[in-house]
Design a protein. Structure first.
Length: 695
């Protein structure tokens, strides 16, 4: 017992010392939940100590002694608070549990208060303002850091009166807690629903892959029959193939009414309050709306420019979407049934089969996950010369996660890449890229390389088959991998400017750019082989893929535009919002719908719209379409010069992927492209004929 006590007493919190792992990666196997709280509090203490040292420095404020930490004698070689925050908040999304959720509720107000204490520190801001007005000659990157630092303090309330600072503190602390609560509610609601089928006849229409996955899901829950969930690998095939209309309706309504029920996970009042809090924050800071506040640091720059993009897309795509809808209705034949939302995927599949003789199940056998991984990594090698090596000595936070070392063309170490592929209980839906460590150059001149992570919810393997993906899932992988390249190629001095630390309507360019490869024969032929026979994906199937690329493209575009309209409607509010969320939502996006009068009155997107409520895209969802203009324009260069052209790829890496946020994004883009983008390439790619306008 005494020996055990000694061991416990000797234990050091893993966050407090070098990890002693390959590339100093996070030692997930040694971290306990209690370690997080201790490290958070110590990180705050160190932050406060550093701030006191800075503001009490008798020397005249300079860029080096105020904006950056140039203390050569400092023993803390890393930012502890960032170190622990990166791990903790990534786990909240990817691998949470009740203990972590409870700790998040406890720590969120403490962390928000600390952030406010820093940004509203008068003495610290006075030093920063002095440096902003009187500084030595700076490099372009140093100037960007200084401007961002100064502007960040101003946008956080540094110029407000003491009374308004107190108001701002309360508003930001409440918004922070509500965003966390929104996410926790959404995860619980999504994971709570299951459709349990015991009658095999009710599986009619479903492919074997969907049945096997559902049987395995039931077995994991120690149930007979088949279990379907709201996770996309389960939900999407059910809505596409099931002939059981009543069950499709049940699944659709379950998914589209999450967080609207009369229980502890209802998000309606949370959404109202978040919209109002953000408007109040913007007003305090001198902006008419929250959108005005956000767009100051976006390529779009003004609300009218966002609406112009969305309206241009509606004008171009809605006539085509109407024709698509008419085609879909014809697939119902002489049925007296009205086409409902839960019918669209089902009949779209039938239409796709009729027009192109193609469906996702035909392609699955050629997209076995391990081969897709090889294909995606191989694409990065062809373009940039980088290689990936699985390293099982790098600790991971769940057995599903794979960790790779990434090496540059010359063989030098470039990054660590984590890949987390499949859905599970403690994991949010969707797909995203994040970092456990960003890239920067430390005070000793060492280029600290990034540890990036891609988290997805792709089809799981079953007892009979390996993980066989849809083409859409391959696109998702490519999308998130594009974000990861942005992180892995980062080569800047300051971490806050590296990798994906760019304006939101620019950050989706590298990711959406990579999606273009999903329909290119030259790429597909490098990895798409039948998992059983080893036969390559037939040319005829590739031809059908390319022919069907724009299948329902206008409908898909309007869906994205409708989300952008909803986002802007909330965040251009100038008066307190106290309307009915559901009716407001229906009205906000009506002009992007073909039949706005036929919307379901008991469904609600807002309460599950993580992007704009809890994910950083508030007043920024239009970014996906903005970046789509950029990605189509950028890929047109590769189409002209060769999709694997290494010279073009190197230019893309040098001018965009490695630069992070060190310069204005349009300057970076023009340096690669030679001109500003136009909408022309996107319309051409989508087969939309219209007089072209500048993006």
């Amino acid at each position: 017992m005494d020996e055990q006590k000694k061991v416990i007493e000797k234990r050091i919190n893993p966050f407090f010392e070098p990890y002693g792992t390959p590339h100093d990666t996070v030692p997930f196997d040694r971290i306990t939940t209690a370690d997080f709280e201790e490290a958070f509090m110590e990180g705050i203490r160190r932050d406060n100590e550093q701030i006191e040292r800075t503001i009490n420095n008798p020397a005249k404020p300079t860029f080096d002694n105020t904006i950056i930490d140039a203390d050569e004698d400092k023993e803390d070689y890393y930012d502890l608070l960032s170190r622990v925050s990166n791990v903790f908040f990534n786990l909240i999304s990817a691998e949470t549990n009740d203990d972590i959720d409870a700790l998040a509720q406890k720590m969120q107000p403490i962390l928000t208060q600390h952030a406010n204490d820093v940004r509203l520190n008068k003495k610290l801001f006075e030093r920063i303002r002095y440096v902003h007005r009187h500084h030595r000659k700076l490099t372009a990157e140093e100037k960007m850091l200084l401007d961002n630092c100064y502007d960040g303090f101003v946008r956080s309330g540094a110029l407000l009166s003491d009374e308004d600072k107190d108001k701002l503190r309360k508003l930001t602390e409440e918004a922070s807690m509500l965003s966390l609560q929104f996410s926790q509610n959404l995860l619980k609601e999504n994971k709570a629903f299951t459709l349990h089928i015991t009658d095999e006849a009710q599986l009619d229409g479903l492919p074997d892959t969907a049945r096997e996955a559902a049987r395995m899901a039931a077995k994991e829950r120690e149930l007979d029959g088949w279990i379907f969930t709201l996770d996309m690998p389960s939900y999407s095939p059910f809505m596409t193939y099931s002939t059981q209309r009543d069950l499709r309706r049940q699944m659709y309504m379950a998914r589209n009414t999450v967080c609207t029920h009369d229980n502890g996970e209802n998000n309606i009042d949370i959404c109202k309050r978040l919209v109002n809090l953000r408007r109040e924050i913007a007003n305090l800071l001198g902006y008419k709306t929250y959108a005005d506040y956000v767009l100051k640091h976006r390529m779009a720059s003004k609300v009218k420019n966002v609406y112009k993009l969305l309206d241009d897309l509606i004008d171009a795509y809605k006539p085509v979407a109407i024709k698509e809808r008419q085609e879909l209705k014809k697939m119902m034949g002489k049925s007296k049934e009205v086409m409902e939302p839960w019918d669209q995927g089902f009949y779209a599949h039938k239409l796709q089969m009729k027009k192109y003789n193609l469906d996702q199940e035909m392609l699955r056998p050629y997209f076995e996950l391990s081969r897709v991984i090889d294909g995606v990594f191989g694409l990065a090698n062809k373009l940039y010369g980088i290689t990936f090596k699985l390293n099982k000595d790098i600790p991971v936070y769940h057995p599903d996660v794979k960790a790779y070392e990434v090496f540059d063309r010359d063989g030098s170490y470039l990054a660590v890449f984590y890949a987390d592929f499949h859905p599970r209980k403690g994991k949010q839906g969707g797909a995203w890229m994040t970092e456990f460590q960003g890239q920067y150059i430390d005070r000793k001149g060492v280029n600290v390389r990034p540890h990036v992570s891609v988290v997805m919810n792709l089809t799981k393997p079953t007892e009979q088959k390996p993980a066989l993906l849809t083409l859409g899932e391959v696109e998702t992988f490519l999308h998130e991998f594009g974000h990861s390249l942005h992180g892995m190629f980062a080569n800047t001095r300051f971490e806050s400017l590296s990798g994906t630390n760019v304006w939101w309507d620019f950050v989706e360019l590298p990711s959406q750019f990579m999606e273009n490869y999903s329909v290119e024969k030259e790429f597909l032929s490098t990895f798409a082989y039948h998992y059983q026979t080893g036969e390559p994906l037939p040319d005829e199937l590739i031809r059908r893929i390319r022919r069907s690329r724009n299948f329902m493209v206008a409908t898909g575009c309007l869906r994205q535009v409708s989300f952008g309209l909803l986002d802007m409607a909330y965040y251009t509010q100038r008066k307190p919002f106290d309307g009915d969320i559901v009716s407001f939502e229906k009205k906000a996006w009506a002009k992007a719908l073909i039949n706005p009068r036929k919307q379901k009155t008991d469904t609600c997107m807002t309460v599950q719209f993580s992007h704009i409520m809890a994910g950083g895209y508030a007043a920024g969802y239009y970014s996906y379409k903005w970046a789509e203009v950029l990605d189509a324009d950028a890929f047109s260069v590769f189409k002209r010069k060769g999709i694997f052209n290494q010279q073009t790829a190197q230019s893309f890496r040098d001018n965009i992927l490695s630069k992070g946020g060190t310069e204005h994004p349009m300057e970076l883009y023009k340096r690669f492209r030679g001109q500003e983008p136009t909408i022309n390439a996107l319309l051409k790619r989508n087969g939309i004929k219209r007089e072209t306008k500048k993006a």
